[in-house]
Design a protein around this ligand. Sequence first.
Ligand SMILES: [Fe+2]
Ligand SMILES: [Fe+2]
Length: 126
Amino acid sequence: MNLESFKHYRTGIPAIDTEHWWLFHLVDRAIATKDRDELEYVLGKLCADWSRHVAIEESVMSEAGFPYLEPHVLDHGSISQALASVRCAFTADGTIPDWRAHALEDLIRNHIDHYDMQYIDYIFKP
Ligand SMILES: [Fe+2]
Ligand SMILES: [Fe+2]
């Protein structure tokens, strides 16, 4: 994702935006690389950094009394499952089909667009 496209996904909270930018960067790397070792590293990093990101988000949202936390957490879980399934597919044959990587990117885009922005609206437009 280039900076111009990323503008659409900016929340205005620098710490969150930096993490989202990084997650998109990892997905882009997973899509672009043809190197098995790099793909293995990137998928591992993506799983770990996604888990860390959602744990921080959920903690901040809970502290803020965000009323839509439950569906937000469920969507985080769906993406975590999608990530795990991409990683399993990779482990099975050492590659990931483009459609799987793009589907993962779409899930993250949609999550930010809908669920994360819902939190931003709650914080900044009470
Ligand atoms: Fe997020
Ligand atoms: Fe989120």
